[in-house]
Design a protein around this ligand. Structure first.
Ligand code: LLP
Length: 416
């Protein structure tokens, strides 16, 4: 978290004190560093220089339009999974012809909108979807560019909920069936075969599963070429891990160098769909300690953020670092479970943490820039948090905290 550092006993985001942000905008509040998004995105494009490429940021990781706009200005493409994400990209100034559309359940309306704005490619996840895209494109008098998302059956060695490249997962088409599916696609009048796609999982901390998947995909590309079906691009999805605690994921540069080395003399445009590796360490979630509840066997720190603001610890048992904005020198250290106000035992952000804290203190949950706000909900009728992006010396409010009126918008009483 290079852009979040202590200075004179106080935690900063770039050149802005996080305590001042907490006091100005209230808590819970997500705070992002613009510089971090830019640096991480540029690592991808730098590592790909000299090779035709498109880096499509995975919008699901953090879809605030200010984040998308910062990346669009660097020439980013975008990986989307819904028409909502597509409209966000367009509203943020992203280019439709740099968008890839992933996801297993694309509706006819979503496909039509993507064709209307002219996206770069559909990542097709099933044979039924291929037929649907062909039909919708036919009705609109268009030809849809597609890749087949193949499932290479490799174990990404990550949490089972975020592993996607095994035969048992719902994603993609079994790589063994892929040649037949490509043959079918090639014969459809409103389909244009462009590439091959795979995404095997998220938070990978070793390159071996990526390279195993790549080898299988390259074998497929060669086999298709032998059958006269030429693949122009290779989309390797996202998945590169980050450090939450003590993980040592490969650097983006190393990962991409290893991929490039395996391509040999094949002339393939290289595409990636990174989410977490760009966004996770670009953000923190600020929260306030409301009460300290010291029980006989356990101490609880009750904070104002909850599982509705950040569900990763509850859903995946994720460990995320929790640090004070202004560490105390003389406060007693105790071991706490750090829990929110939601009425669920699973509502915790951290367990068994040694902390020197007092009521009223502010804390930062680290590495919260990816799959934080985007997975938040209104459970317990809690408004979603504010989001702030720091740019050098300046904090910008990029999403206002939800109000009670926001919570009831669109609801209606029955008539008397
Ligand atoms: N492409 C596709 C098709 C995906 O399904 C995903 C993530 C990505 C790209 C981006 O993967 P990344 O680079 O972020 O690993 N909520 C979970 C992570 C779910 C990932 C879903 N798919 C978490 O908080 O750990």
């Amino acid at each position: 978290m290079e852009n979040f550092q202590y200075r004179n006993g106080e935690l900063f985001a770039e050149n802005v004190s996080l305590q001042s942000i907490a006091e100005t905008y209230g808590t819970p509040c997500y705070v992002y560093s613009r510089a971090h998004f830019e640096a991480r995105f540029s690592e991808y494009t730098n590592a790909l220089s000299g090779c035709e490429h498109l880096v499509c940021y995975a919008v699901k990781a953090n879809s605030n339009i200010a984040v998308l706009n910062v990346l669009a200005k660097l020439g980013a493409g975008f990986d989307i999974v819904s028409v909502g994400e597509l409209e966000r990209v367009l509203a943020a100034g992203g280019q439709a012809n740099r968008v890839v559309f992933s996801g297993v359940g694309k509706t006819p309306e979503e496909i039509a909108r993507a064709l209307e704005v002219g996206i770069y490619c559909f990542n097709v996840e099933s044979e039924a979807e291929l037929e649907r895209i062909n039909n919708v494109a036919g009705k609109l008098g268009k030809v849809a560019p597609i890749s087949v998302r193949v499932n290479p059956d490799v174990d990404a060695q990550t949490h089972p909920y975020i592993s996607t490249g095994l035969k048992d997962n719902k994603f993609g088409i079994d790589i063994a069936r892929a040649p037949e599916v490509y043959a079918r696609a090639n014969g459809l009048p409103n389909i244009s075969v462009q590439g091959v796609d795979c995404h095997i999982g998220s938070q990978l901390t070793d390159t071996t599963p990526f390279l195993d998947a790549l080898d299988r995909v390259l074998t497929l590309v060669d086999e298709l070429a032998g059958r006269g079906i030429n693949i122009h691009h290779l989309d390797l999805g996202g998945g590169l891990g980050v450090r939450y605690k003590d993980e040592t994921p490969p650097s983006t540069a190393d990962y991409i160098a290893q991929v490039r080395a395996r391509l040999g003399d094949r002339k393939l445009k290289l595409m990636f769909e990174p989410g977490r590796s760009i966004a996770a360490n670009a953000g923190v979630l600020l929260t306030k300690v409301e009460f300290l509840k010291l029980n006989e066997h356990k101490n609880f720190a009750l904070i104002d953020a909850a599982m509705n603001d950040m569900i990763r610890p509850a859903l995946y048992s994720s460990w995320m670092n929790l640090i004070p904005l202004r560490p105390h020198q003389n406060t007693e250290s105790r071991r706490y479970d750090v829990v929110g106000p939601v009425c669920e035992t699973g509502d915790f952000l951290a367990k068994d943490r040694e902390l020197c804290i007092e009521e009223g203190d502010y804390l930062a949950l680290c590495s919260a820039g990816a799959y934080g706000f985007t997975m938040s909900s209104n459970y317990n009728s809690r408004g979603r948090a504010a989001e702030v992006m720091v740019d050098g010396e300046t904090p910008h409010l990029i999403r206002a905290r939800e109000t009670v009126a926001d919570l009831m918008r669109g609801e209606a009483l029955l008539p008397d």
